[in-house]
Write a protein that binds this ligand. Structure first.
Ligand code: GDP
Length: 483
C-alpha cells in the first residue's frame, strides 16, 4: 500500500467527511470495475447496468426476487471531470449490431439510481429507499503503477531492468536494451536521445502487452495510454543503469532529468488517480480472463498470478466503521470473477472457479484477515453460446454451440461469422496447479471467439442480455444495501 504524504491524507479526510454527511440522507456505493486489458470490463458493466435497468431475470438478487426492487435509472454522475461510460453505444453494438463493444481505454463512470422498498428497521426509520450506484470502470494496468509511489527512480530502474533481462522477455526487450547500451547516463540531457530511449522503452512495453505468452503488463501503465499527456516530459523517460558516482552527479545530466520526470509521473499521473478515484472506492470487482491465460500456457499463468498479486497489494481491505469511513478509505468487499465462462460447458465452471481461487489465494487470505469479504466466481457477462452435445470418435462430448466471429479458425477451418457450430473446448484439470506444470506445447483448451448472441425483442421491449451468474455477483456487491 503506497504511503501518501500528510497533505494527501488530509485531502482524503476532508473529502471523506463530506461524503459521510450526505451518506445518511442519500446513500451511495462506489464500485470499481477493473482487470487487465481485454479481461471483459466493458461487456461486464454494460450487461450489469442493462440488467438492472430492464429488471432482467436476476433470481439470485434477493431484492429483485422478492419484488422489493422497484426500478433503476441513469442519473447524473457525481464527478464532472470523468468520462461517462457509453452505455447506450455499447448496448446498441451488442444487441443491434451483434458485435462486441469498444474496450476500456480510460477511466469512465456511470451513476445508476435504484429505488427499493426498505426492509430493515433502520432503513425505514431513515426513509432510505434509494441507492446511488456509482460504477467506475478503469484499466487494471493503472493499478500496477501504484507501487511506484513508494519507489525511487533508482529502485524503479533496477526492478524494470531485471524484468527486461529475465528469460522469456529478453527477446522483446532486446531493441530497448541495445539503445540503452549506447547511452551515457552522465552526459548532459539531449532531448533527441531522451526521446529515442523513451520510445524504445514504450515499444518494449507495447510488445509485452501484445505478446501472447506474457499477459502481464509492466509499469508505467500510462505510457501505452497517454491521452492528452502524450509527448510530455512526465511520460518521456525510461529506466537507466545507475551512474557510477551518483552523489556528485550534475543536475543537467540525463540521469537526473529522468529522475525528475519519474517524480513528475508520480505527482501528475499516479497520485491524482489514487486520490480522485481509487481511494474513494467502496467495493471492487476484479475481472480476470483466466481462460486466455490457460490457453496461452504456464508462463502466462504465472505472469497473470504476479500481476494479480501486484494489483491486490494496492487494496486496503477491511471492515468499514464510522472511524474508517471518515479517516480512511476501505474496500469492504472484493469480488474476483473469471470472465467468459460461456466458452465452457457448465460442468467445467466449478473447475474454472477453482483455478481462479488458486491464482488469487494468497491475496484472498490477507483480505479476509483484515475483515473484508471476498467472493470468487466464474461468470459470463453476455452468454454467447448454448450447451450442446457433439460426437467425436463414437464418444459423446459436452460442447458449446455459438457463431464464431468471422475469420476465426479451428483446425484450419475458417468461419464466416454467420454459421453456428458446436465446439468441444477440452477439459480443465481437476487440480488447478497442474496448469502451471504443463509443457510449452501442451494446450489444454481450444477456443474461438464467438459473436454476441442473436436476441429478439419481446412485445417491443428491449431484450434481456443472457448471462451466467451475474446475479450472484450482484447480490454479493449490492444485496446488503437494498435491505
Ligand atoms: P476490456 O478491455 O476489459 O474492457 O474488455 P471487453 O469488455 O472489451 O472484452 C474483451 C473481449 O472479450 C470482447 O470483445 C469479447 O470478445 C470478449 N468477451 C467479454 N465478455 C464476454 C462474455 O461474457 N462472453 C464471451 N463469449 N465473450 C466475452
Amino acid at each position: 500500500m503506497p504511503n501518501l504524504s500528510l497533505l494527501d491524507d488530509a485531502q482524503l479526510t476532508v473529502s471523506n467527511l463530506a461524503h459521510s454527511a450526505t451518506e445518511l440522507v442519500s446513500p451511495s456505493l462506489r464500485i470499481g470495475v477493473t482487470g487487465l486489458s481485454r479481461a471483459g470490463k466493458t461487456v461486464f458493466l454494460t450487461s450489469l447496468i442493462h440488467a438492472l435497468m430492464h429488471a432482467a431475470n436476476l433470481p439470485a438478487l434477493h431484492a429483485q426476487r422478492s419484488g422489493r426492487l422497484i426500478g433503476a435509472r441513469l442519473t447524473q454522475q457525481p464527478d464532472d471531470g470523468v468520462a461517462r461510460f457509453a452505455i447506450e453505444d455499447h448496448v446498441d453494438a451488442l444487441i443491434n449490431d451483434r458485435v462486441w463493444p469498444r474496450s476500456t481505454r480510460q477511466i469512465s463512470q456511470l451513476r445508476l439510481t435504484l429505488r427499493f422498498e426498505p426492509q430493515s428497521g433502520l432503513s425505514r426509520v431513515l426513509g432510505r429507499s434509494t441507492l446511488h450506484l456509482d460504477m467506475v470502470d478503469y484499466p487494471g494496468e493503472w493499478l500496477l503503477d501504484l507501487p511506484l509511489l513508494d519507489q525511487s527512480f533508482a529502485q524503479f530502474s533496477a526492478e524494470a531492468l531485471v524484468k527486461a533481462r529475465a528469460t522469456g522477455r529478453e527477446r522483446l526487450a532486446d531493441p530497448f536494451l541495445r539503445v540503452l547500451n549506447d547511452i551515457d547516463v552522465e552526459a548532459p540531457l539531449d532531448d533527441r536521445i531522451a526521446n529515442a530511449l523513451a520510445e524504445a522503452y514504450t515499444e518494449y512495453l507495447r510488445a509485452c502487452r501484445a505478446d501472447e505468452t506474457a499477459l502481464s503488463m509492466l509499469p508505467p501503465g500510462r505510457f501505452l495510454m497517454p491521452g492528452d499527456m502524450e509527448g510530455s516530459p512526465a511520460l518521456t523517460f525510461a529506466p537507466l543503469e545507475p551512474p557510477e558516482d551518483g552523489a556528485h552527479l550534475f543536475n543537467e545530466t540525463l540521469y537526473r532529468a529522468f529522475e525528475r520526470r519519474f517524480e513528475a509521473y508520480k505527482r501528475l499521473v499516479i497520485k491524482p488517480f489514487y486520490i480522485d478515484h481509487f481511494a474513494r472506492l467502496d467495493r471492487q470487482v476484479v475481472l480476470v480472463d483466466t481462460l486466455a491465460a490457460i490457453n496461452a500456457g504456464p508462463e502466462a499463468m504465472s505472469d497473470l498470478q504476479d500481476a494479480l498479486v501486484a494489483i491486490l497489494k494496492c487494496f486496503k481491505p477491511g471492515k468499514r466503521n464510522l472511524i474508517s469511513n471518515i479517516f480512511g478509505p476501505r474496500i469492504d468487499r472484493i469480488a474476483f470473477a473469471a470472465t467468459k465462462a460461456d466458452h465452457l460447458h457448465h460442468e467445467s465452471h466449478d473447475r474454472l472457479e477453482a483455478i481462479l481461487a488458486t491464482l488469487v489465494g494468497e491475496a484472498t487470505r490477507k483480505a479476509r484477515f483484515s475483515g473484508a469479504q471476498v467472493q470468487t466466481l466464474a461468470l459470463a457477462s453476455v452468454r454467447a453460446t448454448r450447451e450442446a452435445k457433439a460426437r467425436k470418435n463414437g464418444q459423446m462430448l459436452k460442447a458449446v454451440a455459438g457463431v464464431p466471429i468471422a475469420g476465426e479458425t479451428i483446425n484450419g477451418e475458417q468461419f464466416d461469422g454467420e454459421r453456428e457450430v458446436a465446439i468441444f473446448p477440452g477439459d480443465l484439470p481437476a487440480d488447478p496447479n497442474a496448469l502451471l506444470r504443463l509443457g510449452h506445447d501442451e494446450q489444454p483448451l481450444r477456443f474461438v471467439r464467438f459473436r454476441p448472441p442473436h436476441l429478439a425483442a419481446k412485445n417491443g421491449e428491449a431484450p434481456y442480455l443472457p448471462h451466467i451468474r451475474l446475479d450472484r455477483l450482484l447480490e454479493f456487491l449490492i444485496g446488503d444495501k437494498l435491505n
